[in-house]
Design a protein around this ligand. Sequence first.
Ligand SMILES: NC(=O)c1ccc[n+]([C@@H]2O[C@H](COP(=O)([O-])OP(=O)(O)OC[C@H]3O[C@@H](n4cnc5c(N)ncnc54)[C@H](O)[C@@H]3O)[C@@H](O)[C@H]2O)c1
Length: 313
Amino acid sequence: MKCVVTGCAGFIGSHLAERLLQEGWKVVGVDSLTPYYSPELKRRNLASLERHESFEFIKRDILELSMRELRGAEVVFHEAAQPGVRASWGESFAEYTRANVLATQRLLEMCRELELQKFVYASSSSVYGDVSTLPMHEALLPKPVSPYGVTKLAAEHLCYLYWKNYGVPTVSLRYFTVYGPRQRPDMAFHRFARALYSGEEIQIYGDGRQTRDFTFIRDVVSATLRSAESEAEGEAINIGGGSRVELIQALELLAELSGKTPRIKRLERQHGDVRDTLADITRARRILNWKPEVRLEEGLREFVEWYEREMLT
Ligand SMILES: NC(=O)c1ccc[n+]([C@@H]2O[C@H](COP(=O)([O-])OP(=O)(O)OC[C@H]3O[C@@H](n4cnc5c(N)ncnc54)[C@H](O)[C@@H]3O)[C@@H](O)[C@H]2O)c1
């Protein structure tokens, strides 16, 4: 089986590609190594993939891909995006629309020509915005509160209409705050770890009592693989870790596991940050026969081990 993984040098894409190779897939990985965070880190994410003979890396922007690179693929895993909620305001929105909306549309357009088993789109819990009742379930009307969330939702709609009109077998997975080894350096646990180990102040936005449904990377990868083999088409599915934890509690746990004492600096709540997230995963259980397996403490322990091994040297 041959598949394409866009964003294969990123946090989630590199783990996904690794697992696909382990399971015997031939993987064509596409990534333009954008400067959103250090391309050096992305090169490191690629290192073990590039040693694998069934892996082919194409360093290219999705907007410059041609049919030649996609031909023969049975599944497209579309993980590439310009991520980050807080950076998506102002002038940088142009990059968000280009990488998240336009690139997705071009990719879907090319996929009309392929005999795909599935097109899996990495969507986000950020499409929901601030909801009045938790948990968030897929039937709610999405109302993103950040420009990033708007672009992720727009791309979901594109996935839906390429399925509805052209039969491209799309499924959108709404990932909830993913963490684990190789987490992006702008995400909370990675920022916290950087500050803990360097003795700097940890910046917490708002009162720290905002809650997140943290999802471990291995669980996200399993759900993504299941979706490729599932019957799901033309719909969105929540992928969440199954428990809701206050940011400040998660930080305390991380500090305990790393044996460091945090020095906290509180900053104003940021525009675009949602207050709480919690996934209703009934649909994922039913359609994908999937549920999260890794509890926060276990996942954070793996994250700390990785951080000490890879980021402190
Ligand atoms: N990390 C999370 O918690 C989270 C949560 C919800 C949704 N998501 C979604 O999951 C996907 C992966 O996120 P991540 O955290 O691994 O991000 P990441 O930034 O680590 O990975 C994305 C990769 O895509 C590449 N890329 C961006 N635009 C591209 C383009 N036009 N052409 C080719 N390559 C391009 C980047 O260079 C990067 O390596 C994204 O679609 C993101 O929106 C992530």
